[in-house]
Write a protein that binds this ligand. Structure first.
Ligand code: ADP
Length: 294
């Protein structure tokens, strides 16, 4: 029995089934079965080809993003550097209006720089280009990150409390990325909470997990804008937060990092009342043995 395997009406290959028994004829059921097998093989091969194509495109895309971001960073740093120099040399000669223009240029270049940093970070994480594995003491890391952000909360006259259980919890992973994840959630809580509000950072070990959450009494997020929160570049832009700078990449970065470490993220938020953003990560009570990266 010879079954042609068709792709776009062209014969791509043949399936040949033979039976050495004398005067043996394939019945309709057997022919039907061979045909459907041929169809299945075609679909599987098409999917495998598509997958290979997508993977290749993903790699090209990552490389382009990396190149574009790097190439944009240098001229941007030049703009900023020369502007600083200009301001230094011209000193008092600038009028109030000229100084205002210069401030706007600085703020624009800072925004572009932050955006490029976030894109590069996300790209690095998603393309697995960071292979470093550290033994992370989560309690210690969270404490460090939270305390480093305290001055930012104080600048806004916010009350910041940090309560972390004394149980040790260790995770093998990339410490810098975990620091970034904690930093992003706490930084957001401070950013999206008005002057004199409160930010509460909590960390504890429970059921083999390290549970971190940060609660704030900030602007909160309306229900209809919560679905897309962890998507790249999404910003909820609620009343009161329009002028807060950001790229909309932070939360997607946190989610990606946390999921890569075997955990997950969650949040609850009420418009006008505040939000809680949380992370759980699988942990060991003892520092695990260092392993080779793959
Ligand atoms: P960015 O802060 O750079 O805009 P993120 O990805 O960190 O980007 O956050 C995405 C959006 O989620 C923010 O623009 C903001 O609208 C909302 N958001 C995040 N954290 C909070 C928070 N603690 N309170 C209120 N809104 C928040």
């Amino acid at each position: 029995m010879i079954i042609p395997r068709l792709e776009d009406d062209k014969v791509e290959s043949l399936i040949v089934v033979s039976d050495s028994r004398f005067e043996r004829h394939f019945n309709n059921d057997e022919v039907g079965l061979a045909r459907s097998l041929g169809d299945h093989i075609t679909v599987m091969l098409q999917q495998a080809n598509l997958f290979a194509e997508i993977k290749e495109l993903e790699e090209v895309k990552s490389e382009m993003i990396r190149m574009a971001s790097h190439d944009l960073k240098n001229p941007l740093l030049q703009v900023k550097g020369y502007l600083d120099l200009l301001l230094k040399t011209l000193g008092d000669k600038l009028s109030e209006q000229q100084r205002e223009f210069a401030t706007r240029i600085t703020s624009g270049t800072d925004k572009m720089n932050n955006l490029l940093e976030d894109i590069l970070n996300l790209e690095r994480i998603e393309s697995h280009s960071t292979t470093q594995l550290d033994t992370i003491n989560l309690r210690f890391t969270l404490h460090q990150v939270a305390e480093a952000l305290r001055p930012q909360a104080e600048l806004k006259n916010q009350t910041m409390s940090v309560s972390i259980d004394s149980d040790d919890a260790y995770l093998m992973g990339n410490e810098l990325q975990i620091q970034q994840a904690f930093n992003n959630f706490i930084n957001n809580a401070i950013k999206y909470t008005p002057e004199a509000g409160s930010v509460m950072v909590r960390g504890k070990v429970e059921d083999g997990e390290f549970r971190f959450e940060v609660e704030d009494t900030g602007f909160g997020i309306p229900k209809d804008r919560q679905d897309k929160l962890f998507e790249r570049f999404y910003r909820a832009r609620t009343p009161g937060t329009e002028d807060i700078p950001g790229t909309g990449l932070g939360l997607s970065l946190v989610k990606s990092v946390v999921q890569r470490h075997g955990g997950d993220v969650w949040f609850k938020s009420q418009e006008g009342k505040g939000s809680i953003f949380g992370i759980w990560l699988p942990v060991n009570p003892e520092p695990p043995q260092k392993q080779e990266t793959n």
